[in-house]
Write a protein that binds this ligand. Structure first.
Ligand code: MF3
Ligand code: CO
Length: 262
């Protein structure tokens, strides 16, 4: 997300009941992603994938979180190759063998959101593309392993940045992860890099009941991004490939709970 959209100032801690409601949203989210993974193939359009996602969510009695959010017109964000985030699905966007495809989507259940994303190869993909996907997925996993009471946002950010940059890739800085709950974007900010010019956000201490959408966006080339004239689609400035993974994670007394896990 772009940081100014975060609603409120202090992270709001969730009760056990609220966490269970979010977990229900997360289970629907995981089911939706499983359906998308089965459908992704050369020749499929992102508009078809959007329909599958919307149907799965509505059939579960839930709502797509993104549709209507700040005027966003679809259920998923479609992220093909150099598209980092927020691509609007289209009938003209046909997946081709060798592409990498990412989908980001949110599910709202009883007023609470679960947000998550994944990236996958379409058919056979190149070795570098495969490595980008793997490293981005691992950087999310390493970030989640830092989620426990007493650790800070800095620990989460450092885990992503260290792994992605250590592999020779770069981390997007213009967009960050976020708290989540009854709003899709709540405090705290969850960057994927550490920038000491902006210290305050890194010192936020994780407490049981916090719910975070952790979402590394990793580029094969440079970190810079640019936005299309439609006001949504964000691409890498140098046209290099970009991968995105995201889970909604709760801080618990003894560690964490991945609310969007299958
Ligand atoms: N998962 C996205 C984010 O956290 C939300 C997409 S906003 C939408 O930034 F408007 F594109 F839906
Ligand atoms: Co998000």
């Amino acid at each position: 997300m772009f940081s100014p959209r975060i609603v409120g100032e202090q992270p709001r801690l969730k009760t056990q009941t609220e966490l269970e409601t979010m977990r229900h949203a997360g289970k629907i989210h995981a089911r939706t992603i499983a359906r998308l993974r089965e459908a992704i193939a050369p020749g499929v359009t992102s508009a078809q994938l959007d329909c599958i996602a919307e149907e799965t969510i509505l059939d579960a009695g839930a709502k797509p979180s993104f549709k209507g959010y700040q005027g966003y017109p679809a259920t998923i964000c479609s992220q093909v190759n150099e598209v980092v985030v927020h691509g609007i699905p289209s009938e003209d966007e046909v997946l081709e063998e060798g592409d990498i495809f990412g989908a980001d989507l949110g599910v709202m259940w009883e007023g609470y959101h679960a947000d998550g994303a994944f990236t996958v190869g379409v058919g056979e993909i190149g070795g570098e593309a495969q490595r980008l996907i793997e490293v981005t997925r691992e950087s999310l996993q390493l970030a989640i392993e830092q989620v426990e009471p007493g650790n800070t946002i800095r620990d989460v950010a450092t885990a992503v940045q260290g792994h992605a940059e250590g592999a020779g890739f770069s981390v997007v800085r213009a967009l960050i992860g976020h708290g989540i709950g009854s709003e899709i974007h709540e405090p705290p900010q969850v960057p994927n890099f550490v920038d000491d010019a902006d210290r305050a956000c890194y010192e936020v201490e994780l407490q049981a009941g916090m719910t975070l959408a952790i979402e590394p966006m990793v580029n094969a080339g440079g970190a810079d991004v640019c936005q299309d004239a439609d006001g949504w689609k964000v691409r890498t400035r140098d046209g290099s490939l970009s991968a995105h993974f995201e889970h909604t994670v709760a801080v618990t007394d003894d560690g964490h709970w991945i609310l969007t896990a299958p």
